[in-house]
Design a protein around this ligand. Structure first.
Ligand code: TYC
Length: 102
């Protein structure tokens, strides 16, 4: 950041800055048709959750409508969303997965 002080001197910001890439939440959405076991399988396979964790997250989505299932870089989040959407489509389930900037 560059400005001028009261004597007209140029002020240069020399603080060391570290640029962190933005992170993205991957969200799983509820629907009335996708089987619970299928959602649990997805959470185990693509998000490396234990069976107990996966079951708990699935129930949260079922009851609340949505849950964050992971937080990743843009590229990894996109890959996770694509994997879930492809797998759901392949099995003809209407499961929806999206991502949003944290
Ligand atoms: N609501 C679904 C059912 O009762 C289960 C479900 C849970 C579906 C989570 C999607 O992301 C989801 N079979």
């Amino acid at each position: 950041r560059i400005g001028d002080d009261s004597d007209g001197h140029v002020v240069v910001d020399t603080r060391p800055r570290t640029k962190r890439p933005p992170l993205y939440k991957v969200l799983l959405l509820n629907d009335d048709y996708t089987p619970m076991e299928f959602v649990v399988l997805i959470l185990e396979q693509f998000f490396h959750k234990t069976h107990a964790e996966a079951f708990e997250i699935m129930l949260t989505v079922h009851k609340k409508g949505v849950a964050v299932v992971g937080v990743y870089s843009h590229e990894i989040a996109e890959t996770k969303v694509a994997q879930v959407m492809d797998f759901a489509r392949k099995h003809q389930h209407p499961l929806q997965c999206t991502m949003e900037k944290e």
